[in-house]
Design a protein around this ligand. Structure first.
Ligand code: ATP
Ligand code: MG
Length: 461
């Protein structure tokens, strides 16, 4: 608006001047073509001139004899120079009272232009004269117009400008307010939340009620925050669990070794008992370390699958045999419902998954309960299910059991041979096989762990 105002003030004068000169030329041109027609009457000239000669111009038309054939009450009023004494070529003349002089001048210089100052207002005026020759007679058209906008005209424009400026500024404020509300505010809020997040505050909430792109961004960031927060929790768990899991067996080993040294060294029965504890604890440490290294290798993709065609039913039976002592110890009623089925996969790794599913089922089932293993052979896949009636898993814990070091029981009641890595390893193995897997479980009722090996690979071979 400031630029517009500036241009208005600076350009209004040259623009107006240009416009006036064009108008004068246009009037002259139109009148000439009218007078050149045959049989024009004074009446025709008058009515035509009245429509052509508009605002801010005063005019006289003379014929050759110097009698005026058109001199209306003009629109310039006091400004009009045609009835005043003016100086042309150093001679004072009054165009209305004494036309002969101006007619002489126009005859010499056709068309005739001259600028002069109105003695009343100091405004620069244009005086224009033109001889129009027709077959019947000669006419003299004399026009007079101001070359600068008169004060009232400038005032009018400036008033308009002020009104427009007020309206535009008002609209701009309203628009700016809405833009700020809908774009800047949510972004500022998100920036603050991001700052919180950067300082490790995972309560940061990016949610906004802004337009869709910002909403998308906000929900992506919320998602990222949730994941970061989970990673952070896992990290804390990891450090707590690993240090605990390593420290406890080490303490036991140290304690029992000291006992053997001080007390049971001479007593072979006691000594063997104590040595058994030491061996069990070292086995646990061994399992922990090898599980950890296997998982990290699997997750970083270092280990390649060595796929081959093998009998999945036989593989399950082997795992059952491996765990038969636990099954017998706990008097578990194990039901096997196995189809004949060959798959193309890494046999050792798949048996590891089944081992973990079954050992979990045994670990989390009471004595004398039932466990069922199903193998279903269908056209597209082989589905293995391990169902138990054990403790089950709560809804809250269910999404996390596949994470490493996750144990539902956080009290660190360490049962030997429970690292919390089993399902994480199973997950990594199944994902490497691009197998579908999952769990259905209800607290107190039991769990059903399953996976499906696709048969596509078999065909590819
Ligand atoms: P690891 O398998 O390394 O010896 P783990 O059995 O404790 O240790 P995962 O096999 O990864 O670890 O299982 C993670 C957690 O999921 C377990 O600690 C247990 O809380 C829960 N869980 C797994 N299987 C079952 C199941 N069949 N019934 C109830 N809870 C289960
Ligand atoms: Mg396990």
């Amino acid at each position: 608006m400031l630029l517009l105002g500036f241009l208005l003030v600076v350009l209004i004068k040259p623009y107006y001047r240009n416009d006036r000169i064009k108008t004068i030329d246009m009037i002259s041109h139109t009148m000439e073509s009218l007078l050149l027609k045959d049989n024009v009457e004074k009446r025709d000239i008058e009515s035509a001139a009245r429509t052509v000669i508009g605002n801010n111009v005063c005019a006289i038309i003379y014929n050759e004899n110097g009698s005026n054939i058109y001199y209306p009450p003009d629109s310039l009023g006091q400004l009009c120079m045609l009835d005043k004494n003016i100086t042309i070529n150093d001679e004072i003349c009054n165009i209305r009272d004494n036309p002969t002089k101006i007619i002489e001048i126009i005859k010499n210089e056709n068309p005739f232009y001259m600028t002069l100052n109105s003695q009343y207002t100091d405004i620069e005026m244009l005086l224009y004269g033109k001889q129009i020759k027709t077959n019947l007679a000669n006419y003299y058209l004399i026009l007079n117009t101001p070359l600068e906008p008169i004060e009232s005209y400038i005032d009018f424009i400036m008033n308009q400008y002020v009104y427009i400026a007020v309206i535009v500024v008002f609209i701009a404020l309203v628009v700016a307010f809405f833009l700020a509300k809908n774009i800047s505010q949510p972004i500022i809020k998100m920036k603050n939340e991001a700052h919180k997040l950067a300082q490790g505050n995972y309560d940061a909430k990016f949610e906004t009620d802004s337009f869709s792109e910002i909403n998308d961004l906000a929900s992506t960031l919320d998602d990222a925050t949730e994941k970061l927060s989970k990673v952070n929790d896992l990290r804390k768990d990891l450090v707590a669990n690993v240090s605990h899991d390593i420290k406890t067996p080490l303490t036991m080993i140290k304690a029992y070794a000291e006992m053997i040294k001080d007390i049971s060294g001479e007593d072979p029965i006691k000594r063997n008992e104590h040595l058994d504890v030491i061996i069990k604890e070292t086995e646990y440490l061994d399992k922990l370390v090898s599980d950890m290294s296997q998982l990290s290798k699997l997750q970083s993709g270092v280990i390649e699958l060595s796929r081959d065609n093998f009998d999945l039913k036989e593989c399950i039976n082997k795992v059952v045999l491996l765990l038969s002592h636990v099954i017998n110890e706990k008097h578990i009623d194990l039901k096997l419902d196995l189809d004949d089925c060959f798959v193309y996969a890494d046999e050792i790794k798949i048996s590891q998954v089944i081992y973990n599913f079954l050992s979990n089922a045994l670990k989390y089932s009471d004595d004398n309960s039932t466990i069922e293993i199903k193998l279903r052979n269908s056209e597209d896949n082989a589905r293995v299910e391990v169902n138990d009636n054990g403790s089950g898993i709560s809804k809250e814990a269910l999404p996390y059991i596949w994470d490493r070091y996750y144990k539902v029981d956080k009290n660190f009641n360490r049962t030997v041979n429970s690292t919390g890595l089993g399902l994480a390893i199973a997950k990594a193995i199944l994902e490497a096989h691009e197998a579908a897997y999952g769990v259905e479980s209800e607290l107190g009722k039991g769990s059903s762990f399953w996976f499906e090996l696709s048969k596509d690979y078999e065909e590819e071979r």
